[in-house]
Design a protein around this ligand. Sequence first.
Ligand code: PRP
Ligand code: MG
Length: 177
Amino acid sequence: SIVNCEPLKELVRTVPDFPKPGILFYDITTLLKDKVGMAQLIDAFAAYYIDKDIDLVLGIEARGFIFGPALAYRLNAGFVPVRKPKKLPAATAKVSYDLEYGTDSLEIHLDAIQPGQRVVIVDDLLATGGTMQATVKLVRQLGGEIAGIGFAIELDFLKGRAKFQEYDVLSLLHYDE
Ligand code: PRP
Ligand code: MG
């Protein structure tokens, strides 16, 4: 990113042993409620994508909904929600993905993307990359062009980025443990 986001780390709260013992949770609610932090977060994404001719920002339920629409507004792009199963009312495409225990799935409206539209997919966090990989599959099924994949936070040590080698991946904040 052309904006130095490193100072925003001070606004990210770390919560040990959430949601399970041994997991360190990176909580962005403390960043989002800060008026300067919120503005800098959106500004950093917008600076990176503003000249990339983006048609649509896709946000992944639920935490991708928190800032995806603000970015879409700044890019003069539309916003598309990628949702957990059985929430979208019209015809959908659906992709399942593995969790630590079991599977989950994500859906998108079939008419949400026109073939060739330039899409940025955003989410709060890149961990294993399973959630984003499922969303990438949905966009490809609909014929969208993935112009970028954006995260507020990347957990580098989980190496989720390896799943997206053919894409332009932007993570504003990086953590090594
Ligand atoms: C979290 C996070 C990312 C995903 C990252 O979402 O918001 O979407 O996990 O993990 P991954 O890279 O290993 O797939 P979660 O499914 O917990 O739900 P939420 O966004 O609805 O809170
Ligand atoms: Mg999520």
